[in-house]
Design a protein around this ligand. Structure first.
Ligand code: BDR
Ligand code: CA
Length: 314
């Protein structure tokens, strides 16, 4: 299975993505970096170590990444969505494992050099660490196979502002750098993550597991479901990060996924944080765009929630 580096802001759906990567036979997760987003990078790292221990994978290195975005400072995260501790206020048994001695960006660069042309990157938090790695190692786009990013909104509305999605909104400058770099990107935006939601019966399947790891994921999701109930009047949950994981490893087939030009608005106007995807081809069946490198997933060819639950239970 191909080696993967995961960059995350753990986070309830980040925990699901982590669980998916650990369970998938199509991925060999060899390193994880954390970034501030849902919680601080330090709290995200703590959560990640605890989750790895619970899942029986405490040997995977976890490196602390950027606390602050490129411009400004960390705004305190999203405790109303992910709980004060980031994992739905579920108390995970504390891991004794220590953080890797390097930063997240350094870990990514080292793994890319150790696996030239083979390392695959999955980024499900703000893109601060990835942009820093690009600055430190301009050859990174040629060293890695590709990068899959959960973030943005192509034709759909944002979830932080009218146009901006959280991972991009939390560090638009970094995102602009990452989308400007010359690598193959797969973007998994809100268009597809908000339309494939987990239902209560599926959460119950996780809770019914003997193993404490899927059970803990089901518990955390209780908090997420409550947020959706308050916000939208329906107890369910979007599956942003685990869907990006499944698309990255090829565990789920995509349907509409044109390869287009994407730019990030890092100006200070009302468009700040928008992923400007050139979707003009939509009217003509998405003809090829010369030089375009970003595959934007708009819809799936199969149902994701049952596949996620089956994978997490395996
Ligand atoms: C993204 O923002 C975070 O809250 C989630 O973990 C996900 O990565 C969704 O907008
Ligand atoms: Ca995330």
């Amino acid at each position: 299975a191909p080696p993967f580096y995961l960059d995350c802001d753990t986070g309830i759906d980040d925990a699901l993505a982590l669980g998916y990567m650990l369970a998938s036979p199509e991925a060999d997760l060899i390193g994880i970096g954390t970034v501030s987003g849902n919680v601080s990078a330090a709290d995200g790292a703590r959560n990640t170590l605890d989750l790895l221990e619970l899942a029986g994978h405490s040997g995977i290195p976890v490196a602390l990444g950027a606390h602050d975005p490129q411009a400004g400072s960390f705004g305190g995260g999203a405790p109303h969505v992910h709980g004060r501790n980031g994992v739905g206020d579920v108390e995970l048994p504390a891991s004794k494992a220590e953080l890797a001695p390097e930063t997240a960006a350094e870990l990514l660069i080292r793994l890319a050099h150790e696996n030239p042309g083979r390392l695959r990157v999955l980024a499900v938090g703000p893109l601060t660490n990835i942009a820093e790695a690009l600055r430190l190692e301009p050859e990174l786009p040629r060293l890695v196979e590709d990068i899959t990013i959960m973030g943005g909104a192509a034709l759909a509305p944002g979830n932080i502002t009218t146009v901006a999605e959280a991972n991009i909104a939390n560090d638009p400058e970094a995102a602009a750098d990452v989308f400007a770099a010359e690598w193959n990107v797969t973007l998994v935006p809100l268009d597809v993550t908000m339309t494939n939601v987990l239902e209560e019966s599926q959460r119950q399947e996780l809770l019914s597991e003997e193993h404490p790891f899927p059970k803990a994921l089901g518990d955390m999701l209780g908090y997420y479901f409550q947020f959706y109930l308050n916000q939208f009047g329906r107890a369910c949950s979007a599956l942003h990060d685990p869907l990006a994981a499944a698309i990255a490893v090829g565990g789920i087939q995509v349907d509409t996924a044109p390869v287009v030009h994407v730019e990030v608005d890092a100006t200070s106007g009302p468009g700040r944080g928008q992923t400007i995807c050139d979707m003009r081809g939509r009217y003509m069946g998405y003809p090829e765009q010369p030089g375009a490198r970003c595959r934007v997933v708009l819809s799936l060819a199969e149902e994701f929630p049952p596949h996620l639950v089956d994978t997490l239970r395996s």
